[in-house]
Design a protein around this ligand. Structure first.
Ligand SMILES: Cc1cc2nc3c(=O)[nH]c(=O)nc-3n(C[C@H](O)[C@H](O)[C@H](O)COP(=O)(O)OP(=O)(O)OC[C@H]3O[C@@H](n4cnc5c(N)ncnc54)[C@H](O)[C@@H]3O)c2cc1C
Length: 510
């Protein structure tokens, strides 16, 4: 055990130096520690020469307390005596000054705020309940749980891309295996799932819906108070005052629609703020030159703004090659379009169904090279070489690979089958303009189409940074503040190993 542990500032330097100089026995043995006044015992592997101070440091780190509050007592003859810090720890000791070897839960003066009742926020709430943390409130500007992704962005024709496995909200090693979801659930099924599980697992009483968090003010103590707390425990108390704005429940993650009712706002203090705002919030929009001359349907094909019945028997130009574009190809095929073109500057990798399944059911993450190898049969069908894609960065021997693309994998086999059958063609080009039922490309090629679906992806929402007072992110913590935690799902892929293609219980701790 080294002495480079927190709390050393309480130990005189001469003692640390002295401990380092002493010759040490390296014989292994054990030491029985008992919490004074209780039956709680812990057996600790030690060296013959392990000092009392080292054990105190170990306990201090484990329990998150100051080593100075503990004394170690041992029996010598018929009497008990306190061991000094520099002594070798006795084989049987009692520890005075602690209540247990388990870390005491910190009691926050005000509740913890969770912002967002999408998949991620609900999972956080479930985690708190599982660990018996009841001092929290979950806020959302919407009237129902499920989040922007599934309530707003997804179409009624949308389905979960990934399959079963871990997307169940209640998926957890301590819960019974969830059975209440079909293999590729639809938007409606997923929303029902979120509602049912939130009710069943007791999350709803902690939710305050129809509440937009308008502002977060951070309050600290006086300079002297902060200094005193910093010296005592290394961190100072902060309070987060959330301004709650009542809404009619129609708000979404885009920021331009909060659904505010105009009713007065209310300020509420919280001790910590966890925000899961989602990332599929602001769809990228871009008007094409000549759109007014198109004489057909043009849509962003999101938020139910398009009736897919209109693609039946038609030629469709899908602009984009991200996950939503791949999903739209599937929907167009389900509605029997005559021909689809996917027009993109460069192709992103799409993931065959079986590979997604393989990745999600694996105990250990699948390596990049194995993932690429598993892609091959479907890509061979199309004559595409996935290793040549812009997002694939491999060494010469292809034993190491990183996939880095701005879009998540579109998952499913319809993409591959439709391309293999020739009813879909991926065209790598740029749009120059559109004219009556035609899309003109920079290369000079002209595609005939009666429908254009513009799937340009999403932008994040800077309102979130402003709300959370972010100057810089340190991991998931704005400005290194451990009481502010902010996670939005990644919109792309950047990985060398693949542990999952789906949200999972791990979503809370990305
Ligand atoms: C069509 C489609 C298919 C998908 N398929 C898959 C898939 O197969 N597998 C997969 O893992 N993922 C998939 N996803 C991704 C999906 O986005 C995530 O799985 C997940 O639903 C995101 O949840 P979230 O909680 O992070 O965010 P969101 O669902 O966006 O929820 C964020 C919530 O925060 C609330 N909020 C934000 N700001 C505030 C504020 N200031 N005050 C109050 N409330 C606020 C919003 O109202 C919203 O309810 C898909 C998404 C779509 C749209």
């Amino acid at each position: 055990m080294t002495l480079a542990l927190p709390g050393q500032e309480h130990v005189p330097k001469w003692l640390l130096d002295d401990l380092k100089k002493q010759p040490k026995s390296t014989t292994n043995t054990t030491c029985e520690l008992r919490v004074m006044g209780t039956d709680e015992v812990m057996t600790c592997p030690v060296k013959q020469s392990t000092s009392v101070l080292e054990i105190k440091m170990f306990l201090a780190m484990k329990l998150g307390i100051d080593p100075g509050v503990m004394s170690v007592v041992t029996k010598q003859g018929c009497s008990w005596r306190i061991q000094t810090d520099s002594e070798e720890i006795a084989r049987k000791v009692m520890v005075k000054g602690i209540k247990s070897f388990k870390r005491e839960r910190h009691k926050w003066p005000s509740p913890i705020a969770i912002i967002g009742t999408g998949h991620a926020g609900l999972r956080q709430a479930m985690f708190f309940l599982k660990h018996k943390e009841y001092n929290f409130i979950v806020y959302d500007r919407k009237a129902l749980v499920g989040g922007t992704s599934w309530i707003d962005q997804a179409n009624t024709t949308s389905k979960l891309q990934t399959e079963l496995g871990t997307y169940h909200l209640q998926y957890d090693e301590d819960n019974p295996v969830p059975k209440n979801m079909s293999t590729w659930p639809s938007t409606a099924e997923l929303l029902q799932h979120f509602r049912e599980v939130s009710e069943e697992y007791g999350i709803m009483p902690y939710c305050k819906m129809c509440t937009n968090i308008k502002e977060i003010k951070i309050k600290t103590g006086t300079k002297q108070e902060v200094q005193a707390e910093m010296q005592q425990r290394g961190w100072a108390t902060q309070t987060y005052t959330l301004t709650l704005e009542p809404t009619d429940g129609t708000g979404d993650g885009r920021g331009d629609n909060i659904g505010a009712t105009g009713a007065p706002c209310e300020d509420v203090d919280h001790s910590a703020v966890i925000m899961y705002p989602g990332n599929l919030t602001i769809p990228k929009r871009c008007e094409l030159p000549g759109e007014d001359t198109f004489e057909g349907e043009i849509s962003y094909a999101i938020m139910n703004d398009f009736d897919y019945g209109k693609v039946t028997g038609k030629q469709v130009a899908i602009l984009g090659h991200g996950a939503f574009a791949v999903e739209n190809l599937r929907t167009c095929m389900e509605f029997s379009c005559r021909q689809a073109y996917m027009v993109c500057r460069r192709k992103n990798l799409a993931c065959p169904r079986v590979v997604s399944w393989f990745i999600n059911q694996s105990v250990h993450p699948i390596s990049g090279p194995l993932t690429m190898k598993s892609f091959l049969p479907m890509y061979n069908l199309l004559g595409y070489d996935p290793w040549a894609y812009h997002s694939v960065h491999a060494n010469e021997k292809r034993t190491n690979v990183t996939i880095n693309q701005k879009s998540r994998f579109g998952i499913g086999d319809v993409y591959f089958v439709a391309n293999a059958m020739g009813i879909c063609e991926v065209v790598e080009d740029e749009i120059k303009r559109v004219s009556a039922q035609h899309v003109h490309l920079q290369s000079g090629r002209k595609l005939e189409a009666q429908v254009i679906l513009k799937l340009y992806g999403f932008n994040g929402n800077f309102d979130v940074d402003r709300l959370m007072n972010v100057k810089q992110m340190m991991g998931f913590w704005p400005d290194e503040d451990f009481r502010r935690y902010l996670i939005a799902e990644p919109i792309g892929v950047n990985a060398t190993n693949f542990g999952g293609t789906s949200f999972s219980p791990g979503v809370r701790v990305w």
